[in-house]
Design a protein around this ligand. Structure first.
Ligand code: ADP
Ligand code: MG
Length: 367
């Protein structure tokens, strides 16, 4: 019996286009012998479209500047896809009970290939819990904690994981008394510091401040995106990432390293210039790689992860100290994304990775 996999893509976050690219890769790689696919697209304004017309509709409405090269070819490959369920494309505004019913009773597993707020943050996961269906990846709490840098740090700190010194600034407090905020930052940290909206991704709103003026500017910028702002000790860092997979006994891949094209891995380096170098495995010694693996699985358990997460570290170039930066509960998911590449380098091919994730989803649901 083939399993029916509903693949969710698009969504209302700034990472809508990234999701389309990830989802096309997932749909193309799901083995047609084992699975049939129900495409489910979520438009930027939150409408749900189902059936084979969903991906073409979302691609047509996507911002071409944000679609990485190659996705047009992906769209073409999709037309030839044989494993899709032929459901009619439906449009329209739907209230929550309708959305919860959108998934036909025959769906075995939902794969929410959604990045960022309103997709990776526990909201869609809550909907899927209400719908009573198995789904790939982290549950409500882990997704929500993984999306909020302040809550994530609190969970990591409680688990004794190595965190750079940081403080939380509430926008309302900063607006009421900016000087007190600057003084608090300067008495806890030294420049440079990194300023981050608690609830974003893709380096949006993240700034590096080298002095008081830079701090003022970076806080004002981050405050455009969130009510809560994380300010963190900046270090000269190498960026080490690792993929985690599993439920109760998560496993970690070989670690990888990203060498950003700019001074740090900002939005520009991630998506515009795209010349950041990737090294898999990361050129670090075996003992350090073991610590990265051990810390990554502890981080996964600390947020009560399930299915998958990519855990990112900062390695101080001067002191060689290793700090945990963040866990991403739905990292970029094409075969050339870090998450999949680190598994491929560890001996797990992309289609097999998808099989594992689907099994983990069913296992977690208890079916
Ligand atoms: N404390 C820090 N010291 C040095 N570089 C940092 C620090 N925090 C973040 N960065 C740089 O900023 C980038 C984005 O920060 P990150 O916390 O990963 O935000 P996002 O969730 O948007 O990816 C990192 O990849 C790294 O290049
Ligand atoms: Mg990051």
């Amino acid at each position: 019996m083939k399993k029916t996999i509903a693949v969710l893509f698009g969504g209302q976050s700034g990472e809508h286009e990234v999701s389309l690219v990830s989802a096309q890769a997932v749909i193309a790689a799901l083995d047609p012998e084992k699975y049939q696919v129900l495409p489910v697209g979520i438009t930027k304004d939150g409408r749900w479209l189902t059936g084979s017309g969903a991906m073409p509709a979302l691609l047509a409405a996507a911002d071409p500047a944000l679609l990485p090269a190659g996705s047009a070819a992906g769209a073409h490959a999709l037309e030839e896809q044989q494993n899709e369920v032929d459901a009619p494309t439906s449009h329209g505004d739907m209230d929550l009970p309708t959305v919860a019913r959108i998934l036909p009773p025959g769906v075995d597993v939902v794969f929410p290939v959604l990045h960022g707020p309103m997709g990776e943050d526990g909201t869609v996961q809550g909907l899927l819990e209400l719908a009573g269906v198995a789904y790939v990846g982290c549950g409500v709490a882990a997704s929500a904690v993984g999306m909020d840098k302040a809550l994530m740090k609190a969970a990591f700190a409680a688990a004794g994981l190595p965190l750079l010194p940081w403080l939380l600034v509430r926008r309302a407090d900063w607006q009421r008394d900016p000087e007190a905020t600057y003084t608090a930052v300067e008495s806890t940290l030294h420049y440079p510091v990194f300023v981050k909206p608690a609830n974003m991704g893709s380096s949006v709103g993240v700034g590096k401040a080298k002095d008081r003026d830079g701090l003022k500017y970076a806080i004002a910028d981050a405050a455009r995106y969130d009510r809560r702002i994380v300010i963190e000790q900046g270090i000269p860092a190498r960026e080490i990432e690792i993929s985690v997979l599993g439920n109760e006994t998560p496993e970690a891949s070989v670690p990888g390293e990203i060498v950003p094209s700019g001074e740090w891995y900002d939005y520009h380096a991630k998506y515009i210039h795209g010349q950041s170098a990737i090294h898999i495995p990361a050129p670090i010694d075996a003992a350090l790689a073991d610590s990265v693996r051990a810390l990554a699985t502890r981080a996964f358990l600390a947020i009560d992860g399930a299915g998958l997460a990519r855990v990112d570290f900062l390695l101080d170039k001067e002191t060689s100290e290793l700090w945990i930066n963040e866990a991403n509960t739905m990292p970029g998911f094409t075969p050339i994304s870090m998450y999949a590449k680190m598994w491929a380098a560890s001996g797990l091919r992309y289609p097999d990775l998808l099989d594992r994730l689907i099994l983990l989803a069913l296992e977690r649901k208890g079916s």
